[in-house]
Design a protein around this ligand. Sequence first.
Ligand SMILES: *Cc1c(COP(=O)(O)O)cnc(C)c1O
Length: 381
Amino acid sequence: MAIPLLDLRAQYKTIGAEINQALKKVLNSGQFILGSEVQSLEEEIADYCQVTFAVGVASGTDALLLALRACGIKNGDEVITTPFTFVATTEAICRTGAKPVFVDIDPRTYNLDVNQIEKKITPFTKAILPVHLYGHPAQMDAILELTRKHKVRIIEDAAQAMGAEFHGRKVGSFGDAGCLSFFPSKNLGGYGDGGMIITNDEEISVGIKVLRNHGAREKYVYQTHGYNSRLDAIQAAILRVKLKYLNAWNEARRKKAKLYNDLFKEKNIVLPLTAETAAMRKGVILPAETEGIKHVYSVYTIRIGRRDEVRKALTEAGVATEIYYPLPLHLQTVYASLGYKKGDFPASERIAQEVLSLPIYPELPEEKMEKTIKLIERFLK
Ligand SMILES: *Cc1c(COP(=O)(O)O)cnc(C)c1O
């Protein structure tokens, strides 16, 4: 019984007829870049995320880049973010010419530790860029308070968290701009690359529309360097079909996550959330859900000692797993010039050694989850 990390073919089986119909409509329309499908998707996503504007772009990475630039982030600026994220977050910051400034993570949620942000704010700080990692919202109330006090922008990386909520509000809707990714494996994934920026600021939304279309405010009139970064009509049509299922899929993910948690508890192999480390101990640390949030489990990530050995045993038994992320960004060669060293962000460094993401997707059968847990139990005992 092979168990994949996610199974997009299983999902296609459930919605194939609708998808095929949507594709046919686009093929017959002759309109493939932007156009009415993209505009409708933008309106539907703005509505879903409870914001006024949404602008489709070519990827989640571009969403971050264009959002940062539309917020005025440029050469010489500093942007505070987490070292425990996908590289696209910092890649986008660097492409504006700005410098990422890292703050360590909260060891419970793996998101920015809001108590460590203020001491990193300098006269050059122009924005804070929280990442809602794994689908767990960052602590937006504290981040909003800091940005109001210091008059800096917030750009949210919600690539892993579409539909997640903090105090009843959708993530991505708190900041000056929120960035979504439609990479196929995300909670709302296309059949190719795609991304979107959501915002309540009209000026930012117009700025992004200019940037995504070569910097042209009117046709063939250029005031800034822009990009070719537009969303395809085919992706928009696919995403419009899938958006209708997103809440149900997110609920299914939440149920699977709860079932994993319950199965681990039944086996008595759970360490307290307050455990400093899962190393050398007979148990796993489960994903946290802090007070007042809705987690959407883009991935289901536990912490476990001897992680690489467990992973090998699972792989041999046919269970796919992944490590998001094995080396924090401040220790990556590409960021050596930022001058960080080992020991600068102890929580990120420790947790990077222990995290292991297990298979999760809405159609994942229960018996496959039970098998995975049994294998982990056997390894621990
Ligand atoms: C997926 C992801 C991105 C980038 O999205 P793409 O659509 O793949 O460009 C950015 N940040 C995080 C945290 C992601 O997980």
